[in-house]
Design a protein around this ligand. Structure first.
Ligand code: MBD
Ligand code: FE
Length: 305
């Protein structure tokens, strides 16, 4: 019925409306479609290229790997940067720096009080780690009975739940701090992470000429005492990829110091007898300015959309 130039078509796509719809969704969609029309035109993207890209997107979604691409293309870090810029604009004091959740968190890990063996079922793997510290407010006062969710990859760089070869909640635990805000756990020093080979993600990064490695790290989700919930990671020093993280998530202030200890009786309850590596790290939580900020807002929790 009608013949369109690309510009006329774009105006129709973005302007067609039979009901009010949602103003924000309409505006954002219009911008994205406009940018993609323009990209296709200026790069003279062929039908084959376009449809193979759409097939790639389909495979990416089917393999549940979207979150690796968002991390590798900087979107996750961008959201953290923007949150911090908003804090600065509002003159909000910073606590422990935030770091991206990443796509590999699983809620509902087994909980325990004050201490835990995160490495339960992984005896003898890696170098023994004891990490301990407190959860504090900006005023330096401890947060009693705070919740510290902790997770890291196994000795092969893989995360339970996403790796069918690991038991449920392997290397995932939740610790409730004691009345003085203390937590501690035993585990092993995890290796770094690499994106799965032969996957839609590795296909993209090969074409971009980029590697898909993350330096060794441990994830945390910390909340309690009505403070602002914190999502962060600590990095283990000495890793080749510390300043070359595929997910751009490493930060000053989050690289821990390792202390080699030959012997201590202080961690008998965690079964520590021989030499181990000790890390001390306190998490400092910002004050919350709303109730929702105090709730640990995982990206998988759609109630916080
Ligand atoms: C990870 O282990 C991770 O933490 C992130 C952010 C992205 C990919 C893999
Ligand atoms: Fe990770």
């Amino acid at each position: 019925m009608a013949e369109y130039t690309p510009t006329q078509l774009l105006a129709l796509v973005n302007g067609s409306q039979v009901s009010a719809g949602d103003e924000r969704v309409r505006a954002i969609t219009a911008r994205i479609v406009s940018d993609l029309f323009q990209t296709i035109e200026s790069f003279q993207v062929t039908p084959n290229e376009f449809w193979s890209a759409m097939k790639w997107l389909t495979r990416l979604g089917q393999s549940d790997l979207v979150g690796l691409v968002t991390a590798g293309l900087g979107f996750d870090r961008l959201l953290d940067i923007l949150e911090e810029e908003a804090d600065e604009a509002a003159a909000r004091a910073q606590g422990t720096p935030r770091a991206i959740e990443g796509p590999l968190y699983v809620a509902g890990a087994p909980a325990s009080r004050r201490e835990v063996r995160l490495d339960e079922g992984n005896e003898g793997k890696g170098e023994t780690l004891v990490m301990e510290g407190r959860v504090l407010g900006l005023d330096g006062k401890p947060v009693p009975h705070a919740s510290v969710d902790v997770w890291h990859c196994n000795e092969l760089g893989r995360y339970s739940h996403f790796d069918p070869d690991q038991p449920a909640y392997n290397l995932r635990r939740r610790i409730e701090t004691d009345a003085k805000g203390n937590y501690r756990f035993r585990s092993f020093l995890p290796p770094g992470y690499a994106i799965p080979p032969n996957s839609p993600v590795s296909e993209l990064f090969a074409l971009l000429g980029r590697h898909g490695n993350r330096p060794a790290h441990i994830h945390f989700l910390v909340s309690g005492g009505g403070k602002r919930a914190l999502t962060t990671q600590v990095n283990i020093p000495g890793d080749t990829f510390l300043d070359d993280d595929f997910a751009f998530a490493t930060r000053d202030g989050l690289v821990v110091s390792l202390e080699k200890v030959a012997h201590s009786d202080a961690y008998a309850s965690l079964g520590v007898t021989g030499p181990f590596t000790h890390v001390r790290f306190d998490f400092v939580l910002q004050d919350a300015v709303s109730d929702s900020e105090a709730v640990p807002a995982s990206r998988y929790d759609t109630t916080h959309a």
